[in-house]
Design a protein around this ligand. Structure first.
Ligand SMILES: Nc1nc2c(c(=O)[nH]1)N[C@H]1C(S)=C(S)[C@@H](COP(=O)(O)OP(=O)(O)OC[C@H]3O[C@@H](n4cnc5c(=O)[nH]c(N)nc54)[C@H](O)[C@@H]3O)O[C@H]1N2
Ligand SMILES: Nc1nc2c(c(=O)[nH]1)N[C@H]1C(S)=C(S)[C@@H](COP(=O)(O)OP(=O)(O)OC[C@H]3O[C@@H](n4cnc5c(=O)[nH]c(N)nc54)[C@H](O)[C@@H]3O)O[C@H]1N2
Ligand code: SF4
Ligand SMILES: [Mo]
Length: 708
């Protein structure tokens, strides 16, 4: 008989594929589990996830930078006492806001909540933000503006299986969420998969091979494309006027605003032929339920969002969906495909610069009073709002003297990362909680070893807004501890009288109380209920509620129940083409590596599948620059350069090169990217900047040059 396993979910992306873990002498066995989102599937990262538990270089003891300059093992008591002492001194010298906190969308709801509470009640600093700012902040801002609620998918993912048309803008799910592709089988068969990507990505190939459409625009022109599609909807009388009259405000303004986006103009800006624009609109409109179709969805990923006009681009996508009467209709709507494991829950419980738990505003007096009561503090002691991630990183070494990092590897994943490294180096104190010696941890003054997913209890909220249980299968190694314990210890040492629970179930109960009455209301939930209930629980789940799988059936989140259409106009890349930088660099992901690679670069099978950085370029472009497949190519922007192997392919536009961002060292894409941000969301423009390329000299020379 096989021993009973522990049912939990994958540690990586927001699909949160269900798995069962079975510990044995040889390690922890991973088995895929049937679940509505992954339907029994896992990707290569999921299958190999248990290897990260037993890495030979895993951090299992607190480390403190000694007088020799090296990180040296110390006891927990020494490590936390050192941190508390430095925090006290720095705050006495520079004020409370001198301590910054950087969180992550991979943290459980319990940890994200506790981190926000610790920052506001113990440090009493306004300077907290997190890597979700790099991820879906533009979609969140646009969703809040249009719908009054930001839940990535306002419907269960499985609704995708029923749709007749799906417009995917800048999302490569075939590599970034492989099991999700099962839900696209139907729409592919029906010829309704429409993929917008400057590259013929694995997902774009699925569309083309399935008689769908691959629209291959110039990078950064998604908004113009969307305005052009909406122009055609109006011109061809395809707008759902009845729906618009009943459920939406602002349609007149938006309709007028697209009058000048006629197809020839849009085709010349985007490079997408007029005929393709027309076909796309026909397929989408025919699938709209109010025209008798089976359902149509407009979904965005990071490709459309990570731009300085990303919020407006998502707004244009939402406007298109509203004009066709999709949100709230059967197997239809707009959605953003959230990225990180807890990218959804991590943006609801207070690790955002302007936020209190339950997706409340830190500037709302009623919200402050409610949360102050739950925390047992005076409302006036809760600081005001801080600044978004990129601006927070700008302050390092200036107004912010110390940084706590929980769940991000900034030195690889932040835009203009070489400049970020310099600022991090100028800090008086860097404290990193992690379980691997990431590039950021290696620079720290103090590294605190934490537990991993299979070693802890908690909850995660997946891309469809469903709250899931993460369960403990094994004990943590060495001295690794949960962040909940670390924060409670530090609170005590810093003389705080605020109570910090360390049991995840109790922290969750407090989070539930703090969220009560908020947009993201979890007050009807507890670990016990999540364990007992077999059906799905999508937030909001107020007390007594069975959850809300579909948010917009009857009304939207604004007080009047209507969605708001807002006219927008494209901005274009902040760092645009010029004679010394005549090409676009776009960045993104490959299947076998996750994010900064801190975890996945350490897994042998993943390293074999995706061993290092590369630059994708078109054969015509390669010929013009005298570059052969496998040559080293230097990609240079106004910020810096990266060198990586040429991968010559017709899958990319000839005016564009592509690099994944999973590696550090000479091939680090973020040495090149731009840190300009969207003015509404604070999202940096990872997806496009102007570069020059050249065939590089000997690899060893390059390494010296790039690292100099
Ligand atoms: N394997 C793997 N899976 C992951 C992750 C990972 O690191 N690795 N990370 C997770 C996370 S946090 C996230 S946020 C998601 C991201 O998931 P995706 O959004 O699917 O990932 P990306 O590869 O960043 O970008 C998607 C596509 O956008 C295209 N693109 C670039 N510029 C533009 C543009 O201007 N317009 C358009 N339309 N497209 C453009 C790129 O060519 C790329 O194919 O993936 C999650 N899943
Ligand atoms: N050029 C370019 N850059 C990008 C992007 C892009 O498309 N192009 N995408 C951006 C996006 S969408 C994202 S989400 C970011 C992500 O980039 P990062 O924020 O760097 O994400 P990860 O590499 O997942 O880093 C997470 C770190 O936290 C650790 N960790 C995991 N779980 C826990 C935990 O529970 N507690 C603690 N303390 N540590 C933990 C991991 O070991 C790892 O070191 O990158 C962004 N950077
Ligand atoms: S798709 Fe995402 S959640 Fe599923 S196994 Fe892969 S990394 Fe894990
Ligand atoms: Mo992300």
């Amino acid at each position: 008989m096989t021993p009973a396993g522990t049912d939990t979910h994958c540690p990586y992306c927001a699909l949160q594929c269900a798995m069962t873990l079975t510990p044995s002498e040889e390690g922890v066995g991973v088995a895929a589990r049937s679940f509505p989102t992954n339907k029994g599937g896992l990707c290569q990262k999921g299958w190999t996830s248990a290897e990260v538990l037993t890495l030979t270089d895993r951090i299992t003891t607190p480390l403190l930078r000694g007088t020799s300059g090296e990180l040296e093992p110390v006891s927990w008591a020494q490590a936390v006492a050192f941190v508390a002492d430095r925090v006290r001194t720095l705050q006495a010298e520079h004020g409370r806001d001198a301590i910054g906190v950087f969180g992550g969308g991979g943290l459980t709801n319990e940890k994200a909540y506790q981190l926000g509470k610790f920052t506001r009640t113990v440090l009493r600093s306004r300077h907290i933000d997190y890597n979700g700012r790099f991820c879906m902040s533009s979609a969140a801002a646009a969703g809040n503006r249009a719908f009054g609620i930001d839940r990535g998918l306002p419907f269960p993912l499985a609704d995708l299986s029923e749709a007749e048309a799906v417009l995917l803008l800048g999302s490569n799910v075939a590599d970034t969420m492989p099991p999700l592709v099962q839900h696209l089988a139907g729409v592919r068969e029906r010829g309704g998969l429409l993929v917008v990507d400057p590259r013929r990505s694995a997902t774009a190939a699925l569309a083309e091979d399935g008689a769908g459409i691959h629209l291959q625009p110039l990078p950064g022109t998604d908004q113009a494309l969307l305005l052009g599609l909406l122009h055609l909807v109006v011109a061809e009388g395809l707008a759902d006027e009845e729906y618009l009259a009943a459920r939406v405000t602002g349609w007149d303004d938006v309709r007028r605003s697209v009058a000048l986006w006629w197809p020839t103009r849009v085709a010349s800006i985007t490079g997408v032929p007029e005929e393709v624009l027309r076909r796309t609109v026909q397929v989408l409109a025919a699938a709209s339920p109010t025209r008798g179709g089976g359902g149509a969805m407009v979904l965005t990923g990071r490709g459309a969002e990570q731009h300085t006009d990303g919020t407006d681009t998502v707004t244009a996508a939402i406007n298109l969906a509203l004009a066709l009467g999709l949100p709230g209709s059967r197997a239809s709507g707009y959605g953003c495909l959230t990225g990180q494991g807890n990218g959804q829950g991590g943006r609801e419980h207070g690790q955002k610069a302007d936020q209190l738990p339950g997706y409340r505003s830190i500037e709302d007096p009623a919200a402050r009073a409610h949360v102050a009561r739950v925390w047992g503090v005076e409302e006036a002691t809760i600081p005001g709002k801080g600044v978004p991630a990129v601006q927070l990183l700008d302050k390092l070494g200036g107004e912010v003297r110390a940084l706590f990092v929980h769940g991000a590897n900034l030195l690889v994943s932040a835009p203009d990362a070489t400049a970020v490294r310099r600022r991090v180096e100028s800090l008086d104190l860097l404290v990193v909680c992690d379980f691997v010696p990431s590039e950021t941890a290696l620079l720290a003054d103090v590294v605190l070893p934490v537990t991993q997913w299979a070693e802890e209890e908690g909850t995660m909220t997946s891309l469809e807004g469903r709250i899931l249980r993460r369960r403990k299968a094994i004990d943590p190694p060495g001295k690794a501890r949960s962040e909940l314990e670390i924060l409670a210890d530090l609170a005590g040492l810093l003389g705080s009288e605020v109570h910090f629970d360390t049991e995840p179930a109790l922290v969750f109960d407090e989070l539930a109380r703090a969220s009560a009455g908020g947009v993201a209301d979890y007050s009807g939930l507890s670990h016990a209920r999540l364990d007992a209930e077999t059906g799905p629980l999508h937030w909001p789940v107020p007390a007594g509620s069975g959850g809300t799988p579909r948010l917009f059936r009857d009304r939207f989140g604004h007080a009047d129940g209507r969605a708001r259409m807002v006219p927008v106009s494209p901005g274009g890349p902040a760092d645009d083409l010029r004679p010394d930088a005549p090409l676009y660099l776009v960045t993104g992901r490959v299947l076998a590596q996750y994010q900064s690679g801190a975890q996945t670069r350490r897994v042998a099978a993943l390293d074999r599948s995706a061993p290092g950085p590369f630059v994708e370029l078109h054969p015509n472009l390669a010929a013009r620059y005298g570059i052969d497949d496998g040559d080293d190519v230097r990609v240079t922007s106004a910020r810096g350069a990266a060198v990586a192997r040429a991968r010559i392919t017709t899958a990319i536009r000839p005016d564009t090169v592509f690099m994944p961002f999973h590696w550090s060292g000479a091939g680090m894409a973020n040495a090149v990217t731009n840190d300009a941000t969207d003015p509404v969301s604070g999202m940096p423009e990872f997806k496009v900047c102007a570069v020059e390329i050249a065939r590089a000299a000997q690899p060893s020379e390059i390494l010296e040059e790039v690292l100099a």
